[in-house]
Design a binder for this molecule. Structure first.
Ligand SMILES: [Zn+2]
Length: 110
C-alpha cells in the first residue's frame, strides 16, 4: 500500500499541526477537518488534513485559509466542494476541478 505524506494545518492560525500517528488515524477524505492540539494557538482547534499528491494539498489549504473560508471557530464556512467551485476558474488549475467522488477515487488506489 502506498504511504501518503499527510499533514494537518490549523484552521485558526494556518500553521502546521502536530503529526498524527497513522495507526491511530484512518485516512479520510482530502480536506477533512480534525480537532487537534495546536502548539501556536495553545488549544484544541480544527486542523485541515492535507495530503501531498492528493487534490487537497498544502497549496489548496493555503488558498482556502487565505480566502477566509474558516470562521473564528475553525469551522469551514462554505463546504469544500462548493468552495472549490466558487473559485474563479482562472485561479484554479484544471486538475482541481474534480468532484468529491473523483477525489475519493484517488484513495481507492492502494
Ligand atoms: Zn493554530
Amino acid at each position: 500500500m502506498k504511504t501518503y505524506n499527510h499533514h494537518f494545518f490549523c484552521t485558526i492560525c494556518g500553521k502546521e499541526g502536530i503529526p498524527v500517528n497513522r495507526q491511530e488515524y484512518r485516512l479520510r477524505e482530502p480536506g477533512h477537518l480534525k480537532k487537534l492540539y495546536c502548539l501556536n494557538c495553545k488549544r484544541e482547534v480544527n486542523h485541515a488534513e492535507c495530503i501531498e499528491g492528493s487534490k487537497y494539498d498544502q497549496a489548496i489549504f493555503r488558498l482556502e485559509f487565505e480566502s477566509g473560508n474558516f470562521d473564528s471557530g475553525g469551522i469551514r464556512i462554505t463546504p469544500l466542494e462548493q468552495w472549490i467551485k466558487s473559485l474563479n476558474s482562472n485561479e484554479v488549475p484544471d486538475e482541481l476541478e474534480l468532484t468529491v467522488e473523483e477525489w475519493l477515487e484517488f484513495f481507492d488506489k492502494k
